[in-house]
Design a protein around this ligand. Structure first.
Ligand code: GLP
Length: 266
């Protein structure tokens, strides 16, 4: 049974992005010098654009410190497909953020880089809010489905499903790096608050499974059911009442607060 999950089911991608940006901006307004965990992928792009608009209207993100979830390995920060490049172009520049951290995709010793990154994160203090997307296979960061939950930051081989899903950003699947550096689930779970975004029909089943199915390393995002403060912002194609209904509402096991686009409880 789910507790402490607030779910916003928004009309479309734009509404999802506006809602998520408002939640994030509010958090920064409350704690303007705190540490925030950032995510990449196509899902949060709209939220970052909305945050840039809020900045034009006076919101200030310049004092926050950020830690990104993950990076491909090996990849140079100058590679347009790297998450370092994505963040610089779409987030750090437009939002005026300078205290930024990402795992180093060029690290010669990726295992040592993971240890160092995790130490840096731990010494930066509590993460006030961790932004997350969800992979088609239920991964968060690059914590892929596995037999055990990956607690620590690690250098991981990408699942075939992830290589195929992310091929759209590269010339073809053969160009997708086969490994990544990712924050572990422990660090993600230590964030004070989680803001999980999901968009599109393709995420409906996995989102429902993650939030209402068994907690299993086969669906890494399912561990979020154990987090005390999760906000999910989904568009209505990702929040499929059919997928959730069968697993949750039907069984009356869903105690989250859900809203429709007009803000009325579902
Ligand atoms: C990527 C990233 C994740 C992201 C997920 C979903 O591979 N490592 O951090 O949340 O997959 O991506 P998208 O939002 O493009 O569907």
């Amino acid at each position: 049974m789910l507790r402490n999950i607030t779910l916003y089911a928004e009309a479309d991608y734009t509404a999802m992005s506006v809602r998520a940006a408002a939640i994030f901006a509010e958090a920064v307004k409350e704690k303007p010098t705190a540490v925030y965990g950032f995510a990449t992928g196509s899902t949060p792009e709209g939220m970052y654009r909305e945050l840039a608009k809020l900045r034009e209207n006076g919101a200030d993100f310049s004092d926050i410190t950020t830690f990104n979830l993950d990076e491909y390995h090996p990849i140079k920060p100058s590679d347009p497909q790297s998450y370092a490049y994505y963040m610089k172009e779409r987030v750090f520049g437009p939002l005026g953020i300078t205290k930024t951290n990402l795992p180093d995709g060029t690290a010669a010793d990726p295992a040592a880089e993971c240890v160092a990154y995790e130490r840096k994160l731990a010494s930066a203090g509590e993460v006030a809010m961790q932004i997350l997307g969800i992979g088609n296979n239920g991964h968060i960061g690059f914590n892929e489905p596995s037999d055990t939950f990956a607690c620590q930051a690690s250098h991981v081989p990408l699942a075939q499903a992830t290589i195929e899903a992310n091929a759209r950003f590269f010339e073809d699947a053969s160009q997708v790096p086969r490994h990544a550096l990712t924050m572990g689930l422990h660090a993600i779970m230590m964030a004070k608050r989680i803001l999980l975004l999901a968009s599109g029909e393709g995420k409906a089943q996995i989102l429902a499974q993650a939030l209402t199915g068994p907690i299993t390393p086969r669906v890494p995002a399912s561990i979020l059911q154990l987090h005390p403060c999760v906000t999910v912002v989904a568009d209505k194609t990702a929040f499929s009442a059919a997928a959730f209904g069968a697993m949750a509402f039907g069984a009356m096991a869903f105690s989250a607060t859900a809203f429709n686009a007009a803000g009325a409880p579902l």
